[in-house]
Design a protein around this ligand. Structure first.
Ligand code: ZN
Length: 238
């Protein structure tokens, strides 16, 4: 009889440890899955690389447009000069007007060249920034991939451990009699998931209150389960 009481308390205690293990593993699995979803760092780096690439391409396009406009202005200058200096045009009014046109178009051409130089400098800086951002995005991608492989490994380990614990839990549950299990389950509900308390050095390890020695004695030898005076949990004297 003495043996069966201690054995019952111990088996309930082991069931409890298994169930706590199941909970811990379920939580760990949830965490790992959440981390597998969290691609924030990688996405940020990639978005940054895409944005700097677009900036660079925009500047290149502006530069092409500006250079094209510059060529047209140069052509225009040439045409006006031909008309001015061909000697065919002798009307002074028209010559003055052509000279004014020439000045205006030359000024526009100068402005266009200045703008093209500015754009060239900006495009060069933007290209460097885009190359840098691209490198960072590749690094982020690689480090995420490494992390992902690690997490997948972790996930499969936790899944396997959880599967074994759940098997243990199921087969343990099947070996209990209705009464003990009912007490265990109801205590679990009202005592924060912990129904069985280990007694060590005469103290209930869950509530921390000393267990009277006659209770500890009963927990070893009584035919039924003995409960903590203070917290009401089933006592298990190892
Ligand atoms: Zn207690």
């Amino acid at each position: 009889m003495e043996r069966s009481t201690v054995v019952m308390a111990r088996r309930l205690y082991e069931l409890q440890q298994t169930e706590l293990g199941v909970q811990r593993h379920q939580q760990a699995l949830k965490d790992v899955r959440a981390r597998l979803q969290d691609t924030g760092e990688r996405d940020k780096a990639r978005a940054q690389a895409d944005a700097t690439r677009r900036d660079y391409e925009k500047l290149r396009a502006d530069l092409r447009d500006t250079e094209l406009a510059g060529q047209q202005l140069a052509q225009h200058v040439k045409e006006i000069e031909q008309r001015l200096y061909s000697g065919r045009n002798t009307n002074p009014k028209e010559l003055v007007s052509l000279q004014e046109d020439l000045k205006m178009v030359q000024r526009q051409r100068g402005e266009s060249e200045t703008r093209a130089l500015e754009l060239m400098t900006q495009a060069e800086a933007a290209e460097n920034a885009a190359t840098r951002a691209q490198g960072l995005a590749r690094q982020a991608e690689a480090s995420w991939e490494e992390q992902r492989q690690q997490l997948l490994k972790e996930q499969s380990v936790v899944e396997e451990e959880l599967r074994l614990l759940q098997q243990q839990e199921t087969s343990a549950l099947a070996t209990f009699q209705g009464q003990e299990l009912a007490l265990y389950q109801s205590l679990k509900k009202v005592r924060g998931g912990v129904a069985v308390a280990k007694v060590e050095r005469g103290i209930c390890r869950v509530c921390g209150i000393a267990v009277p020695s006659h209770d500890a004695q009963r927990a070893r030898s009584n035919p039924g389960l003995v409960r903590c005076n203070s917290c009401g949990r089933i006592l298990y004297v190892a």
